[in-house]
Design a binder for this molecule. Structure first.
Ligand SMILES: Nc1ncnc2c1ncn2[C@@H]1O[C@H](COP(=O)(O)OP(=O)(O)O)[C@@H](O)[C@H]1O
Ligand SMILES: [Mg+2]
Length: 477
């Protein structure tokens, strides 16, 4: 704290010191197994946990200039949320900045530039509904509403395509328009069919459904040839996610999040009132789908999103126009507004709407987003092998195996005592002590990459250690 550097005279001149109100402690504090730890409040140092049970909805918006820490906040958040709830998450990554992190976290990367996507796939919908969705995409991305004639032409061509062609694609629609001499309409759609790219001109090559139930998935859009193609792909996937969401059953009693949908720098697709982003915000709560949206341009984000998300992180914002836009949507003091313009990396103002207080929202300052430390590597030694594993990944595997929080903490301490290194036999002895069977321990070690020969070596040392009650230090061979 800066206070200790002030002389008593300076200090006296600042007293009595008042600070903006912070929400009641019971709203902010949750047990680490029920909420995602975010950081501490600036003035009263209260730890803040994000707990969907306490919020009016599970949606999150993050705004701030480039470099203010938006993506870092998302990564920290998802890493912790995965440990607590084992939730699925799909990241629509416009700039490719999640790829490495998702890979390290053991997630799946879908590089869209190596795939094809047929935006006319029905995914269980009747053609007229899908047509409406496709048209709404073009309303958002090609401003089709201000070309009513072409909009009608495109609608007709879409209807014809579904009638005449078995599995039509966007390329078929363009061909139909050209055949009918509707050149202007065809030209509008052609901007999404850049030459040399048949991304939208074939059968979809990946399973859309599996994207929302495969743990952490990064849909990497950044290698697609143009911004138009990226946007249409992103928007289409979002529509599919929305439809899949609507096919789920409600779970009235539980607020356990099923899926986090992350849109980072998704400019253009979140501004329109009719956008699917807004639909997910409106309906997501009842399906336990959570939208996380981050942007550096708040004016691109529809006000409905701002005023409806349960949690808003405002990181550093400089432009007055942007600050005013946010402040007028959320409403906080001029003191907080002036702080926001002076924030350093990781500083944040947080606005939360708590379920108990209903529509009254509170904005408070966070000292900083207390992020995950840089990647730490654990090394497990066994026989002649040394296995390297990223710490968060290893911890996740421990939870998957069935360890509870206390047990995980014991294992972590064992590694940390030796600078991140642990002997395989010591890990086995710990897991045995926790009551895990030999076979489950063996399959865990195999999963880590230990081979049979070294597994045998580890277990023979375990046997010797157990016989000597672990007192004697053994030197192998
Ligand atoms: N809360 C934080 N604590 C520590 N470092 C941070 C924090 N937030 C961001 N950073 C670092 O600042 C840099 C920019 O953050 P990033 O999340 O990429 O910004 P943005 O997505 O807003 O452009 C990154 O190197 C990141 O590691
Ligand atoms: Mg970013």
């Amino acid at each position: 704290m800066k206070l200790q550097y002030l002389s008593s005279k300076e200090l006296a001149s600042r007293l009595p010191f008042t600070h903006p109100p912070e929400p009641r402690k019971e709203f902010l504090i949750s047990s680490p197994s029920e909420g995602v730890y975010i950081g501490k409040t600036k003035f009263l140092n209260v730890p803040v946990f994000w707990n969907p049970e306490k919020l009016i909805n599970p949606h999150i918006a993050i705004i701030g200039i480039t470099g203010s820490g938006k993506s870092y906040t998302v990564k920290t958040f998802l890493t912790r949320a995965a440990l607590i709830w084992n939730t699925n998450a799909i990241v629509l990554d416009w700039v490719g900045e999640y790829v490495d992190w998702v890979r390290q976290a053991g997630g799946r990367i879908l590089d869209l530039s190596k795939e094809r996507l047929n935006i006319l796939d029905l995914v269980g919908l009747p053609p007229h509904t899908r047509i409406a969705h496709v048209l709404s995409s073009f309303d958002v991305l090609a401003n089709l509403k201000s070309h009513p004639e072409e909009r009608d032409d495109i609608e007709e061509a879409l209807e014809e395509a579904y009638k005449k062609i078995k599995k039509p694609t966007l390329a078929d629609v363009v061909r139909l328009l050209e055949k009918k001499g509707k050149r202007k309409a065809a030209r509008i759609l052609k901007t999404f069919l850049t030459e040399g790219s048949d991304f939208f001109a074939g059968k979809t090559t990946f399973d859309v459904k599996s994207l929302i139930s495969s743990g952490l998935v990064c849909v990497d859009l950044h290698n697609l040839p143009t911004e138009e193609i990226r946007s249409l792909a992103g928007l289409t996937l979002l529509q599919y996610v929305k439809e899949l969401m609507r096919m789920q059953s409600f779970e009235e009693e539980s607020k356990r999040i099923k899926l986090f949908v992350v849109l980072d720098e998704a400019w253009k697709i979140a501004g329109d009132e009719n956008s699917d982003v807004v639909a997910i915000v409106r309906e997501g709560r009842k399906y336990n789908f959570s939208l996380i949206i981050a942007t550096q341009t708040p004016t691109d984000m529809n006000k409905i999103i701002f005023s409806n998300v349960g949690t808003l992180f405002v990181l550093r914002l400089v432009l007055k126009e942007y600050r005013d836009y946010v402040r007028s949507s959320v409403g906080y003091s001029s003191f907080i507004d002036s702080q926001i313009s002076r924030f350093g990396v990781g500083n944040a103002a947080v606005n939360m709407i708590f379920a108990e207080q209903q529509l009254r929202s509170s904005t408070f300052l966070l000292d900083r987003i207390d992020g995950e430390e840089p990647l730490l590597i654990y090394r497990l030694k066994g026989g002649e092998m040394e296995i390297e594993v990223e710490r968060e990944q290893f911890v996740r595997m421990l939870y998957d195996m069935g360890l509870n929080e206390d047990q995980v903490a014991i294992v972590k301490r064992a590694f940390e005592k030796e600078d991140g290194i642990l002997q395989g036999e010591d890990l086995v002895l710990l897991l045995e002590k926790f009551g895990f069977s030999k076979s489950s321990i063996i399959s865990f070690l195999r999963q880590l990459g230990l081979d049979e020969k070294n597994l045998i070596k580890i277990f023979s040392v375990v046997k010797l250690k157990r016989a000597s009650k672990g007192v004697v230090h053994l030197v192998m061979e």
